[in-house]
Design a protein around this ligand. Structure first.
Ligand code: B12
Ligand code: SF4
Length: 474
């Protein structure tokens, strides 16, 4: 109960605007099991990511058992539409604000609400016309909404149930909530699912809508915002306008940013300007201390930029959280050593004004991403959907035919996570692993031609021990 599911809160507003009575349940709040979900609703709307795949399926089974219509949306539904149709009669892919109304009208008009059997899932993949038709009847995908001003702002009436605090440079904590000002990312880091989910075109919410949202957030008693835009500072002119409003409302803030964007738009001065308008922390996808690895995944940033932006942030008074991924394609002993040296040189051994943070993630391939698709293609296998990335701006054949990466997820590895073996359903899938898993049980599922899964895990654990011993928080 830290970060609220904004997607559902957007749908909440849309549904209310169209006259529906809506209740919102976060199953993690009271650790609800599927059977504990309250009865009595006409329709259930479920959202989730792939690491929540099992919970999503169990919930679908529960609603089937109850005989009540259920609609699934979110990143998992987008990437696993076929499998999801086994558990949900209606599956919404990608953006939901228009699709949810279509789903409701399908239900209201008495449209068919059938899930697929295993045979129908197979048939729909193998070109059986009847099975394919049945599969498609339950899939809703609407075009992206051109004008985000046409959708209402998210309903935040449940926001006080979530607990996130942003510290300023004096370590005073401000109660924060989350917000988006845009959707989409023009970059194409090969491990990332965002361009696939949202496209590479960036759509901005019009300024009057943002002001309305700042007002709502202030009135609810929050003093800070975590912006979830993929790259909030991407457009300096718009950023400056947003900064003006944030200052007027007296809000501190945190955002995600890319070091190349900061460097391109004025470097230290840009950071200083944003700091003067309330920016107190940034999350930077540093990913690796090796330029070769950054290039392998088309990150389009440099190791020097990562070090430089960290230095500027420290001077200006912005805390950095640097996120690294261990086990990206082509990882070798040497590249791991470069990451270790980066951490030592720029964090452990350099005195800093601020307490910066570090996250060391194990790489887990997500189905919608270029790396996953390329690996499947190499194996001659297919991902869940046949679609290539052309519609969304890029496609996997382009210039990365040979990612040096393998994975093989076995049931024993899955059991180390928080899932019960009984519900494996067709075998474990890599992206249903949550990389943090149980406390102290971070797993590595990929290997490269130079490093085994165990070697990668050992290196990550050692780096983590070193950085935590030096006092850097997660
Ligand atoms: C905020 C966020 C988080 C927060 C979650 C807060 C929360 N409770 O939502 C935190 C920090 C906890 C988090 C953690 C993780 N995250 Co995260 N996260 C995001 C982020 C930045 C924004 C999500 C969001 O709010 N999007 C905006 C809303 C509007 O979109 P949405 O939720 O998808 O909903 C829209 C549609 O999907 C659809 N929809 C959604 N649900 C439903 C339901 C119905 C019924 C309907 C009709 C429609 C519908 O309509 C909505 C409105 O258009 C996205 C990146 C992104 N740009 O989306 C990554 C993202 C979702 N995360 C991702 C990942 C991988 C993770 C982690 C695994 C990271 C890690 N290694 O630990 C963990 C796993 C957490 C978990 N248990 O699932 C991936 C998911 C990939 C995938 N295919 O599943 C994403 C896409 C990042 C990426 N670029 O690859 N994350
Ligand atoms: S990692 Fe960030 S910059 Fe790269 S594609 Fe994903 S959202 Fe965009």
């Amino acid at each position: 109960m830290v970060f609220p599911p904004l997607g559902l809160w957007w749908l909440w507003s849309v549904l209310e605007q169209s006259g529906h009575d809506v209740s919102f349940i976060d199953m993690s709040e009271h650790n609800l099991k599927p059977e504990d979900v309250p009865h009595g609703f006409d329709v259930y709307m479920v959202s989730g990511t792939s690491p929540q795949g099992r919970e999503i399926r169990k919930l679908g089974r529960e609603f089937q058992r109850r005989g009540v219509p259920a609609v699934l949306g979110g990143p998992h539904a987008t990437n696993y539409p076929r499998n999801s149709r086994k558990y949900y009669p209606l599956v919404v892919r990608r953006e939901g604000e228009q699709a949810v109304l279509k789903a409701i009208s399908h239900i209201q008009s008495g449209g068919a609400l059938e899930c697929l059997s295993d045979q129908e899932v197979a048939g729909s993949t193998n070109g059986d016309g009847a099975a394919l038709g049945k599969y498609q009847r339950g899939i809703i995908e609407e075009p992206f909404i051109d004008d985000l001003g046409l959708i209402p702002i998210p309903n935040r009436s449940y926001a006080h149930h979530y607990h996130y605090f942003l510290a300023d440079e004096k370590e005073n904590s401000h109660r924060a909530t989350t917000m988006f000002t845009s959707r989409g990312c023009p970059k194409r880091c090969d491990f990332c699912d965002s361009p696939n989910l949202w496209s590479r075109a960036v759509r901005n919410t019009p300024m009057p809508r943002l002001i309305e949202e700042f007002q709502q957030i202030r009135e609810l008693g929050f003093g800070a915002i975590q912006f979830y835009d993929d790259i909030l500072p991407i457009n300096p002119r718009r950023m400056k306008e947003i900064c003006g409003h944030l200052k007027t409302f007296g809000l501190f803030w945190r955002c995600f940013c890319r070091v190349d964007i900061i460097t391109k738009h004025g470097g230290r001065d840009y950071l200083q300007f944003m700091h003067d308008h309330g920016l107190r922390e940034v999350l930077i996808g540093a990913e690796s201390g090796s330029q070769k690895i950054l290039d392998n995944v088309h990150k389009e940033t440099t190791v020097e930029q990562n070090a430089q932006v960290l230095q500027w942030c420290d001077e200006v008074g912005i805390r950095c959280k640097l996120s690294f991924i261990i086990g990206l394609p082509g990882e070798t002993r040497e590249s791991l050593e470069q990451t270790r040296l980066f951490l030592r040189k720029h964090l452990i051994e350099t005195p800093r004004r601020l307490r910066h943070k570090v996250d060391l993630c194990s790489y887990i391939p997500m189905v919608g991403t270029p790396i996953y698709k390329a690996a499947m293609r190499k194996k001659g296998a297919r991902a869940e959907t046949d679609e290539e990335f052309d519609d969304y701006g890029y496609h996997p054949g382009e210039n990365f035919a040979d990612f040096d990466l393998q994975w093989n997820v076995d049931a024993a590895l899955m059991d180390n996570f928080f899932y019960e073996p009984e519900s494996l359903d067709g075998g474990p899938r890599p992206d249903e692993l949550f990389y943090k898993g149980k406390l102290g049980a971070v797993q590595q599922i990929v290997s490269t031609s130079h490093l085994s899964r165990e070697e990668l895990k050992k290196a990550r654990d050692e780096m983590e021990a070193e950085i935590r011993a030096a006092g850097f928080a997660y």
